[in-house]
Structures are given as structure tokens and as C-alpha cells.
Design a protein around this ligand. Sequence first.
Ligand SMILES: Cc1ncc(C[n+]2csc(CCOP(=O)(O)OP(=O)(O)O)c2C)c(N)n1
Ligand SMILES: [Mg+2]
Length: 666
Amino acid sequence: MRDLHQVSHADMANAIRFLAADAVERAASGHPGMPMGMADVATVLFTRFLKFDAAQPRWADRDRFVLSAGHGSMLLYALLHLTGTPGWPIEALRDFRQLGSPAAGHPEYGHGEGIETTTGPLGQGIATAVGMALAEEMDRARFGADIVDHHTWVIAGDGCLMEGISQEAISLAGHLRLKKLIVLWDDNGITIDGDTSAATSEDQRKRFEASGWATLAADGHDPESIAEAMEQARQSDRPVMIACRTRIGYGAPSKAGTAKCHGSPLGAGELQAAREALGWPHAAFDIPLPVREIWAVAGGRGAEVRQDWEVRLAASPRRASFLDHHAGRYPEGWRQALADHRAALSSKPGAMATRKASGAALEVLTPAIPQMIGGSADLTGSVNTLTKATAPLTAENFGGRYIHYGVREHGMAAVMNGMALHGGYRPYAGTFLVFADYLHPALRLSSLMGLPVTYVLTHDSIGLGEDGPTHQPVETLAMLRATPGLVTLRPADAVETAEAWEIALDRRDGPTAIVLSRQDLPTLRLDGGVENASRRGGYVLAEAACGPRRVTLIATGSEVEIAYEARALLEAAGIGAAVVSLPSFELFRAQPAEYRAAVLGQRDGVRVGVEAALRFGWDEVIGASGAFVGMTGFGASAPADVLYQHFGITAGAVAAKARDLLGEPA
Ligand SMILES: Cc1ncc(C[n+]2csc(CCOP(=O)(O)OP(=O)(O)O)c2C)c(N)n1
Ligand SMILES: [Mg+2]
């Protein structure tokens, strides 16, 4: 390794400081304080510790670096530029926060090489990093330390540590003893409102230690103090938090150490004064050649290590399985196994809760697809996510495939994101649909990043019965359907449930929510499930039989059965009625207009929507003149069948609405 000490540490750190402050100044918006405060820590990390090769930012065995304090995005962009990461010319930094620049306001996964995850919603980064560190342990257990051996480094601020999700993440990481996770806490005592003492008096080190972490402290402006702590952290047998004491906006004469430099440009005068104070006479975006060169050396530090790794991988007996795993290639046979399963369900129609049908589909899929990693937020027996093929994952057995996330929905979702980002894994995990609210910020990031994680959301309506309105979602489906990039599926029976799983596993570019009933539902699909009908989002399950179609009854999940019964009532009265099953609004919306019109019977009479949830979003399907049978407010505590009667979600009510619309009341 070349000597990096010809140019001073201060010069290297100042290069970061001024790239950040100048970019914020030019954009007239952004956060200079955090990059200026953490420039020393970041310089030590990137020049002496982080295992990476800037020329190959996707090298599988690189250390992961997560900027959890995403508002300090210019710190990351400055590092990516200085280390020579592809796609990060100085122009990208000059265009900070402008449309089309990889240097977006907050780091966005997929917008530029080297951005490991999207951050900005405080706390998400640290929790996502737990998933990455976990995936590293899992990879090492599967493929061996000769090809998997890297750390996950996180920079987290006061805000990240105040957010509740950080507690879930810290607690789980400590429990699983993720020893290759190192959190660098930007301990600057400042947030937007001013001194952190206004809102918190926690002893952070004790807090982490209580969760099974090791902690260290460093002077965040003394490179040797930082290096000593990082060296020690790498030897730890448990996750490590290093409290890096820093001064926000370090170098800005009047604003450093105050909230004034947190989130707005320093201003021309203060910026010039900082240049003088730190001895940086260079123009904005001008990095002197020796500093530039020494940073480029830092960017190439890992090249040899990576090449050695390539040689080891080439010689490894696990090479093929490692590459398949990371490319997300499933072994042959899973699709056929699932098709056989669907055919068997169709040939022996019975009644089964779709949450149970999901468990049955997982029993078929998990032995076939080793990338699938299950779990639940302490509701395993209710959400049916555990299968015979998925042994529990523990600190002693990272070869396991089932994660007991504990009662930590938000952390669970972020950890799934981290596993998916790390590469290879297809995480799925379950909780009750109503608690999707507890994990939604992380689910939103799954969608924004386009990560193929699967949410198993059961107990999906008043149909769960006695647990009452706290547990009965009425608005949650609308929230999921309103989330861009998410595919929500609410299957009507066991066959559609198996189809939903096939759709989820075929998705590579976004998350899927599978919404499932607690109560038994009859098998309605008797066609052998040969073709995956759910792929079109909606389809005619039963066409009008007694005459031309005059009514189209459109339902999802458990209400398809009710629509079916309503159809029988209408047909008995000589009114031709069809039932449309609509498991996914998003997939249906993607179909050609003619198909949608034909399914919905847009030229054939009236439409009635049925769903045990709020009408919000349904006008798209039934039109403004359509009728809707569903919920108008919260549910109640009672047996499910009583609730369906009480709230008027019955076949009789559906048939009556249809007849009203036809002007032919019974
Ligand atoms: C979940 C969430 N809530 C609020 C914000 C708005 N916000 C951005 S930075 C910040 C303060 C963060 O303080 P700290 O992490 O200490 O950063 P520093 O001021 O030290 O840079 C807040 C409240 C956010 N980005 N995410
Ligand atoms: Mg702070």
C-alpha cells in the first residue's frame, strides 16, 4: 500500500469540507454542517479502513458504507468524486440538487455508483445497515470467509439515534451479535432546533451497551484518535458504536458548533472566512493536484485486495453457487412445483384461510429457492411464514433462513431492505395488515429503491373478528395502493394466493405486498390454475349465465365469495351478472384499455365494488356512478360473521345495490 501521508490529513479532509460547503452554496440549499464536521472521520475511514476499490464499486466483498445521516449527502458525493468512483465528475457536484444529477438532495440508491442505499428519513440508514451486516454473516456462513469477509460502516447523527427505528435496529443487531457492524456516531450535540439537550439526555454509550454492543469514544477531529478506535472496532466480537465527538460546521468561524450551519448555505462571507481559518485558499470546486492525486490513491487502495479476491473466487468450489446467489438466479423447478401445487388445490376445492394458503405455497417454494429468507414480527403462528425448509437464524447459526425479528415491524422492513441491497437474498416477512403503518417508512423506501422484498400482511379486514377495530384495517389497503412501485395483491382463495407468490418472486424491481385473510375462504378457482390469472391484476371469474351481462360485481380477497353469492341471487332473478376478481389494482391498471373495459363490463350495465375496507381508490374501478359495498369507518369487536352482517357487507346488500342501479329494486 502506498504512503498516504505526503499530503496532510487536514488537506484531504478540507477537500471534503469545501466541496460540500461550495456545492451547498452554489445550489443555494443543502446541509454543510454535517460534512464539515465529519470530514476528518470520513477521511480516516476511506484512506485507512474502508475496504473498497473505487473503480469497481459493485465488488461483492467490498465494505458497505451507509450515510444514515442522509442530509449530509455532500459528504458522500465528495468522497465518491475524490476517490474516482465512475460517474462522479466534478460537474456532478456542481449540479448538486439539480434535476438529473446523481448528487440529489439526499443519497438515492440507483442514482449513482457507490450509493449503497437511499437515506434521508432519519434512522432508516442504520436499520438498513443492520440488514446488510446480517446478509454478510449469512453469506459468510454459506460461502466461507475466503470469499465473504467485509464490514458495514455507518455514519449516524443525533437524529438517527433519536428515531424509534434505531432502537429496533440496535436491539436486533446486538442480539444477533453482528460483529462486523460499526456505527460512527456524529456526536456533535446539535440538531435543527439547537442543542440536543433541549430534547434528550440519554447516555448513548450505555444505551448501546445495554443492547449488547461494544462502544468506544474518539475525538472526531484527531485522526489518530479516530484510527485507534476504528482499529479496535474491527477486532470486536460484537457490533461497535464509536462516539465521535465533533463540531458541526468545523472551520466556519461564527457558525460552527451551532444549528445555523445544519441546513443552509454558510453565505459568501462565512465561507470565505472558513477558507482563511482552515488555510484553504483554493477556488470553489478547485482541488489542488497533489490532494487530488492522494485521494485517487486512496480510491485504488483496495484494487489489489480485490484482485486477490477474484483469484480466490475463481478457485473456490463455491464460485458458481456464489455467483448464482448474487445474480438472484433461482434453481430450476420452482415454477413447475408451484404450478403443480395450484393444480392440486384446484382439483380438491375446499375452504382455507389465505394466510394458511400462503403458508402452503411457502412450503413448496422455500425448499426450491434457497435465496428466500423468511421471518415475522413475533406473529409466526398467525402469518404462517415459517416452513420446514427454513431453520431459525441465530447468532450461532447464520446459515438459518428464518428470522425472529421480534416485535419490531419497522426494523424488520428496513432489515429486509438491507438484505436485498446487500445482494442475493429474497426476504419476506409477515405481520398483521393493520401494522403496515408501523413499517410503512421502510416499505416506502423498498418501493423508492425498487427492492424485491415481500410483505406478508394477514388479518386483513373486519374478517379477523373479535380483536376489534384496533386490529381491523380499513384504510391500509388504500395506503398500500397509493404507494408507487409497490404491487399489492389481495388473493381471493388458495389458488390466487399461490399465484400471488409467483408474481412476487418474478418481480425484480420492486416490492410486493400479499394481503391475506384470517378466516377460511372457499376455493373459487377451479380451472386448475394453469394460467396465472392474477398476473393481469383482474379477470372475469364467473361470466353472466342467464343472459347478457347487466351487472359486474368486482371484489377482492374475502369479498369475492360474497360477490359470488350476490351473483347467484341476481341470476336467480333473471339478471345477468358477472364476478370480477381484482387481486391487484396496479397490475390491472397496466393492462391494455380494451382488456380492462371488457373485464369491467364498461359497456354492459352497472358496476358494484365489494371490499371490506374504505371506498377510497375504488372510483377508478367502478366509476363515479358505480356502487360500493364496504366500510365507512372503523370496525368493531365481535365474531366475523356478525360484523359482516352489522356493517352490511352481505350478498343481499350487494344484489340490492345492483338492482337499485338498474332501477329494478326487489
Ligand atoms: C424521519 C425524519 N424526521 C425529520 C427529518 C428532518 N431532519 C433532517 S436533519 C434533522 C436533524 C438531524 O440532526 P442530526 O442528526 O444531529 O444532524 P446534524 O444537525 O448534527 O447534522 C431533521 C430533524 C428527517 N430528515 N427525517
Ligand atoms: Mg447532530
